[in-house]
Ligand binder design. Structure first.
Ligand code: 9UX
Length: 72
């Protein structure tokens, strides 16, 4: 069963950054969908907690050169 989470993403300055972060998140096993909003600096991610975790998502984003933190 999937859950949806919202992350604050830091370091994005252009539309290519948005696509990079979306690809990074989408490539994590267990992620079903990822949508990044540049203006809000947020990512909405649907994932299956049986296959991945919030920690894995934030680590993947950090590895790609941006910052990520769970929203509230
Ligand atoms: Mo272009 Mo966004 O280098 O960092 S991908 S500004």
């Amino acid at each position: 069963e999937c859950v949806e989470t919202s992350l604050n993403i830091g370091g994005m300055t252009c539309a290519s950054c948005v696509r990079r972060v979306e690809k990074t998140l989408t490539r994590v096993d267990g992620v079903v969908a990822a949508s990044v909003n540049l203006a809000n600096e947020t990512a909405t991610v649907s994932y299956d907690p049986a296959f991945t975790s919030l920690e894995a998502l934030t680590a993947a984003v950090a590895k790609s050169g941006y910052t990520a933190a769970p929203r509230t």
